[in-house]
Design a binder for this molecule. Structure first.
Ligand code: RIB
Ligand code: CA
Length: 313
């Protein structure tokens, strides 16, 4: 039985790889729809990028929606410095022919959860949590109908990437992250603590390029563009690959390890706003509201990713 998912995303090269991994795995994953959110770049461009990736995969049956154009309270912070001016710099992908759905992405999320059997739809979030939070605020009943929220976001042992304390997805909309972390739905977090282990080394990228298909070439071009900022920043032999770990968790959860604990979001302090405060050692009696993953098997991840990309056009 495949798992039904909605992907909420701000593509971004790593988001694109996550979408491709999901669409290459139809036996295990049924992608119901993709919803764009403002994040890496503005909403309109993220929605265009999501449509480009759907067409790259050949799965033009997958509907793409646009959600919220800015965070709940704060001014949008974007990441062109990492992802390029289009948010998907690297490959030359044609302008998308698949349409953008007319329905607002937040309403699509609400309608899908209200119409599906309870606990049968998983939300995979790859960007700021604005759409999910707004759906929870507009229709609180969906909280009990969500099978699981699997999110890329946060950091604790590896600290922040956009500030010393905060990871980008949480930092962009900390109020939204706070709403989501308190909603009561089962939550699994793929933080920087994991993704910094999942490094796209030259050998791993060369294996993807060697697939010889358009998807492999596009992924190679995407990651060799977006890795530049992180290679310079961290001095590693490979840049961390973030968002595809969300999909890999659905496919092979045994690749990752972590524990159920309390995760809270700092929303007040200007110094640490957006920080995920993780009670990993259970030193408080705060509710254990998330499975916080702390490590991942990089070789196993890239074996899975490369095998699945080989299935695409
Ligand atoms: O901090 C990494 C996250 O921020 C990833 O989702 C990347 O796409 C950016 O959105
Ligand atoms: Ca992202």
């Amino acid at each position: 039985m495949s798992r039904k998912i909605i992907i909420d995303t701000d593509p971004g090269q790593d988001d694109a790889v996550a979408i491709l991994l999901a669409l290459a795995s139809p036996e295990e994953i049924e992608v119901l729809g993709i919803v764009a959110v403002a994040g890496n770049v503005g909403l309109a461009q993220n929605a265009i990028n999501a449509r480009k990736v759907v067409e790259l995969s050949g799965r033009t049956d997958i509907p793409v929606y646009a959600g919220c154009a800015r965070p709940m309270r704060r001014t949008l912070v974007t990441a062109e410095h990492v992802h390029g001016d289009t948010g998907l710099n690297g490959p030359e992908l044609p302008d998308p022919q698949v349409p953008l759905q007319a329905q607002h992405g937040v309403d699509y999320i609400i309608d899908t959860l209200m119409n599906a059997e309870p606990k049968t739809v998983t939300l995979c979030t790859l960007g700021p949590l604005t759409n999910i939070a707004m759906a929870l605020i507009k229709q609180p009943e969906i909280a009990d109908r969500i099978q699981e929220i699997v999110m890329m976001g946060g950091a604790y042992f590896e600290v922040g990437n956009i500030t010393p304390a905060a990871e980008f997805n949480i930092y962009v909309d900390p109020e939204a992250a706070n709403v989501v972390m308190r909603c009561g739905a089962p939550i699994t977090i793929q933080p920087l603590d994991v993704t910094h282990m999942i490094q796209s080394t030259p050998a791993r990228l060369d294996a993807i390029k060697a697939l010889g298909n358009r998807s492999g070439q596009a992924v190679y071009d995407m990651l060799t563009f977006s890795e530049g900022f992180d290679l310079k920043k961290y001095g590693w032999i490979g840049a961390p690959l973030h968002d595809p770990t969300v999909i890999a968790y659905l496919l092979q959860p045994e690749l990752f390890e972590g524990r159920h604990c309390n995760v809270e979001i700092e929303t007040a302090s200007e110094l640490t706003v957006g920080m995920t405060v993780v009670d990993y050692w259970h030193v408080t009696d705060r509710p254990r509201n998330a499975t916080y993953l702390r490590s991942g098997d990089a070789d196993g991840f890239y074996k899975l990713l490369t095998e699945r990309l080989a299935r695409l056009p």
